[in-house]
Design a protein around this ligand. Structure first.
Ligand code: HEC
Length: 314
């Protein structure tokens, strides 16, 4: 029995196709989503056909050059080759069956009303599987009950923690996703420096370089017209101030990440003393989300500022 060459080509082709589909991540079949995959598969098909036809041609040419006797020998050998001998051998070894003719050798000498018993050896495939389960059992026992390996619940916890870390990592690189609901106070020096640059380019005209205020209000005191805290400040920068006051919405010219940086920079100015501070406008803003323990430290801060003022004046 010889496999026809077109079946061989198709078989190999679909194996390659399967591997490609497995390796290339895509929602639709890879060869539809990525044209170069289709091109690659076409190339594989062409090469397979080429190999088949070259091998076939070589064989035919060689065959023609043989003498008639040699041709017969060649054909006979080819017939024999495809008998899958090795496969049969392994199969028989794994079963370790006795042929019916050999049963006499293994028959046990008891006889129950004509029912006899054969002393067959255990089939090796079964026996080795059994040994394997013993080895597995020992390893399992040692790993989970002696050396306290991670249980499934712990594995789950670990994977969730890893996923959380991956999300955090991803959020760092995807800062532009922040909006007024997700924005958090940035404290990295690089972010604050970037925020300062944005402030110097866009905002000093009205708020002064030290945030003391001019056309716009003082940004260094604890009083806010439109609300303090990172979320309110971010929203003010993004959406602008009250109509006609002069604070425009910056969301057209600044990216969300940049607004988060400049908002964080502004908040880092809290408690500093500008050269010419504008009188406070708006109300003292108390973070409603702040844990209560932090309230006393809030009260201390302005005192500290006063202290330093007094020292500076002396
Ligand atoms: C043309 C002048 C002008 C520029 C430029 C300007 N602002 Fe303002 N800003 C104002 C005014 C005026 C207000 C007060 C708005 C109000 O009363 O509604 C204000 C208010 C604010 C507030 C709210 C203050 C509070 O007390 O609630 C923040 C925060 C702020 N600006 C940040 C910025 C940032 C950041 C920039 C640069 C990207 C900027 N501003 C550029 C004029 C300006």
């Amino acid at each position: 029995m010889k496999i026809p060459s077109y079946i061989r080509v198709l078989l190999l082709f679909f194996i390659v196709y399967g591997i490609v589909e497995y390796m290339v991540e895509s929602e639709k079949p890879a060869f539809i989503e990525y044209p170069y995959v289709a091109l690659f598969l076409l190339l594989v098909l062409l090469i397979l056909i080429a190999i088949e036809s070259i091998v076939g041609a070589v064989e035919r040419v060689m065959f023609q050059t043989l003498s008639e006797e040699a041709q017969e020998r060649y054909l006979a050998k080819k017939e024999k080759k495809v008998e899958f001998k090795w496969f049969k051998n392994i199969y028989n070894k794994l079963l370790d069956q006795r042929a019916i003719e050999e049963e006499e050798e293994i028959i046990l000498d008891h006889n129950y009303d004509g029912i006899k018993e054969l002393d067959n050896s255990l089939p090796p495939w079964w026996l080795y599987l059994f040994y394997a389960t013993i080895v597995f059992g020992v390893v399992y026992l040692a790993k989970y009950h002696v050396f306290n390996g991670t249980t499934q619940a712990q594995e789950y916890e670990i994977e969730v923690a890893e996923a959380r870390a991956a999300i955090e990592e991803w959020k760092k690189t995807a800062k532009d996703l922040v909006d007024v609901n997700t924005v958090v106070l940035l404290t990295d020096a690089s972010d604050l420096n970037a925020g300062q640059k944005i402030f110097t380019t866009n905002c000093v005209a009205c708020h002064m370089a030290d945030g003391g205020g001019g056309i716009g209000p003082n940004l260094t005191d604890r009083h806010w017209i439109l609300g303090g805290g990172i979320k309110n400040v971010f929203r003010t920068i993004s959406e602008g101030g009250r109509d006609g006051k002069g604070m425009i919405a910056w969301k057209q010219s600044l990216k969300p990440a940049e607004m988060a940086q400049v908002a964080s920079y502004i908040l880092s100015l809290q408690g500093t003393t500008p050269a010419k501070p504008k009188a406070p406008e708006g109300d003292i803003w108390i973070d409603p989300d702040a844990p209560q323990e932090e309230a006393p430290t809030d009260d201390i801060e302005p005192e500290k500022a006063n202290d330093s003022l007094e020292v500076a004046m002396n």
